[in-house]
Write a protein that binds this ligand. Structure first.
Ligand code: ADE
Length: 236
């Protein structure tokens, strides 16, 4: 997968992509990540990427030209599956979206900033608008990093034990079961006996019951989503 991120603050996320699983995914040649400074695409001598909004409301708006120039330059090199814009009024990002995006070959993520971007960009260039939650961040960079991380870690081969990405919380609309490691008894705080029993079927069953119980208690909305998904699937 090739991922191009367009931002006015490249330094905010560069370090993020040079660590841990994301760095390994790049070293293995599974993903190529390129971060573009929007200011490199201005013709303005002050490298300005924002301007006052028409209509006189407060805040600055990201200008159309540098964004169009940057996206056009990228599209001249290859075709993209999606041009994503990170914005609090986008569709809510979920594991399902991450899984679907992990199947793409080429993605662009445009990070929003200031009061917003000239709406014509959203109308003509953006194919998907994503929010990572109902709160407003200073910019879309953290959202882009979160999306990239969630997408890349489910690409086959990125995590060596593939099972470990598949057993994450939210895969199958269930929260993950609790996990433990040595020592089995710490100050009298004991690991559940079943995990030490060596009985594979009983362990899997215990994990599933734990997942179900934690989801019911902490995120009952996920079970409702799951039921609705199944009804939709059965209806097809
Ligand atoms: N930009 C600012 N806030 C955001 C959010 N919650 N999600 C995505 N992009 C954003």
């Amino acid at each position: 997968m090739r991922l191009d991120i367009i931002t006015v603050l490249p330094e905010m996320i560069e370090g993020f992509f040079n660590c841990s699983i994301l760095k390994r995914a790049q070293n293995k040649g599974i993903v190529e990540i390129s971060i573009h400074n929007l200011r490199d695409y201005t013709t303005d001598r002050y490298r300005k990427v924002d301007d006052y909004p028409f209509g006189g409301c407060a805040g600055m708006v990201m200008k159309i030209e540098p964004i169009d120039r940057c996206i056009s330059a990228l599209k001249a090199e290859r075709s993209y599956d999606e041009v994503i814009f990170t914005t609090p009024d986008g569709e809510q990002f979920t594991q399902k979206t991450a899984n679907a995006l992990s199947l793409c070959n080429n993605l662009i993520i445009l990070c929003g900033h200031f009061k917003g971007i000239d709406y014509r960009i959203r109308e003509h260039l953006i194919t998907k608008e994503i929010s990572i939650g109902d709160y407003v961040l200073t910019g879309g960079e953290l959202a882009a990093a979160a999306i990239a991380d969630a997408v890349i870690r489910v690409i086959p081969g990125v995590i060596s034990d593939e099972q470990s990405a598949l057993s994450d919380s939210f895969q199958d609309n269930l929260l993950a079961p609790p996990v433990y490691t040595r020592p089995a008894d710490y100050k009298g705080w004991k690991v559940p006996d079943v995990l030490l029993s060596g009985h594979e079927a009983k362990i899997r069953d215990w994990e599933f019951q734990q997942s179900l119980e934690r989801t019911q208690r902490l995120r009952p909305d996920l079970l409702v989503d799951s039921i609705n998904d199944n009804i939709l699937h059965d209806g097809k």
